[in-house]
Ligand binder design. Structure first.
Ligand SMILES: Cc1cc2nc3c(=O)[nH]c(=O)nc-3n(C[C@H](O)[C@H](O)[C@H](O)COP(=O)(O)OP(=O)(O)OC[C@H]3O[C@@H](n4cnc5c(N)ncnc54)[C@H](O)[C@@H]3O)c2cc1C
Length: 69
């Protein structure tokens, strides 16, 4: 039997969460890579047309190069 330590439990929770999330994220008509201005505007127009769209951003916040501080 597998030992149930904190790391194992955390891994199981993350695996279950990502399985659900990925299945939902893939049930789309359009996938957009990048949440810069181009991706955000494309997503806006697609969503307005009722097209199921998922936007993937590799960073923690959207905005791309326009997100400078
Ligand atoms: C300092 C600065 C000042 C600027 N000032 C102006 C201005 O005054 N006026 C103007 O018109 N323009 C300005 N620009 C340019 C403007 O910011 C860019 O033209 C614009 O951001 C380009 O948008 P984009 O969506 O094509 O790409 P980006 O803004 O580069 O966005 C791309 C996004 O895709 C993400 N990404 C990349 N690869 C992946 C991947 N594999 N998976 C998921 N996500 C990914 C990136 O993290 C990023 O968020 C400025 C740029 C800079 C750096």
């Amino acid at each position: 039997m597998m030992p149930l330590d904190e790391i194992t439990i955390t891994k199981i929770i993350l695996e279950k969460f990502s399985e659900k999330f990925i299945a939902k994220a893939l049930d789309v008509d359009v996938a957009i890579a990048g949440g810069g201005p181009a991706g955000l505007v494309a997503g806006k127009y697609l969503a307005e047309k009722g097209i199921k769209t998922c936007l993937f951003e590799r960073k923690l916040s959207v905005g791309g190069q326009a997100n400078f501080r």
